[in-house]
Design a protein around this ligand. Sequence first.
Ligand SMILES: [Zn+2]
Length: 452
Amino acid sequence: MRINGKAAAPGAGTSGDAYLPEHGNGGYRVRHYDLDLDYRIGPNRLSATAVLTCVATQALSRLTLDFGEFRVSRVLVDGKPAKYLRRGLKLQVKPVRSVPSGAEFRVEIRYAGNPKPVPSRWGDIGWDELTDGALVASQPVGAPSWFPCNDHPGDKASYRVNVATSSPYLVAVTGNLVSRYQSASTTRWVFERPEPTATYLMSVQIGRYEDLALTGSAWVPETGAEPRGVVQRAAVPPRLRRPFARDFARQGQMMDALEGWFGPYPFGEYVVVVTDDDLDDPIEAQGMAIFGANHVDGRRTHERLVVHELAHQWFGNSLTVADWRHIWLNEGFATYTEWLWSEVSGGESTEALARAWYLRMRAKPADVTIGDPGVGRMFDERVYKRGALTLHALRGEIGDPAFFALVKAWAEENRHGTVTTAQFVTAAESYAGRPLDTFFTAWLDRPALPPL
Ligand SMILES: [Zn+2]
């Protein structure tokens, strides 16, 4: 059954996001995703059922989901077959009966196909085949490459993800592993992600990985002692085990340092995945970070990236931007955490790093306003470094006690929520005890670099 022709209700097929209006949809929010995936690695073949529990924010005669190029074999709304129509990266669904405003409803979609990443201005993003396995790295638009969703960072939901694949492979999903069943050749892995999570932060990692357990700063064998505190694990190609052990040996200390600055780690587990292939950049997912083989050399060359990705668990993942224009709240904090870590781990001082980066930023064209950089410059280096410099300048402006009280309260009070720059400015002013509009206007809303 298919819808004939007509466009969706106004607003139903757009999130209204100024940067990525084609991702995300109006009219409803998703509370929970239940994803059952069967994946065959050799042929890169996915057969799946997704059940979305949603709430209508207006009366809905139809709704739109973000979804990749899969063959859809069935769509049910509240158990009844619904009409549907594919249009580019959108799936329009027309229930038999309109959903009243405020009502909870379930959409079930059965689909199959060869998952492939979503083409974007930043390259191909999402579900990607590896030489021997698969990975998902979705920031910012890759989630529809593997499940139907409301692909907007402001619509966070809980998840249950069930993946069945060939038994010799290790599967890591952004969530707590709750069960694992092995039959002759297939293993079914079940993960639960109870915390509200943005679609772009959900990930599946499949490879011939060794499963390493890390508690505190010491490695223990798989059969070792009970983990205490946050469960920290890693999925690593066996050939990289030794250099990995050295490069990530201080992750437990980083965890302690970051909990000291930002309050309790937001999730039950932290899983590091190192793919056997090279990756351009490491990437954060919920309770997970993904590195390429090229980021591991046994000499801690990329330790700043280890702490950067860990910092995103607070800034980006627990506190998620309400829309993409606030991206400096993710990248500025993650970059500033690199500088804080450098100082406490015996490297260059935060002040020296800030001075050095200030000079480098000053030598670049002053044509980015980091409070609203524009979609083309969301991931510009200046958003990262000047974002960190903004925090360092704020620290100088309000003093260490107020600054560190602010960042801890910011992380704790907005835990598992969504955030905007305006909220951060309000929080900073309450810790400063005075207006900071001149300060923030200069740092966030003007392209010229203010004095440090
Ligand atoms: Zn980052």
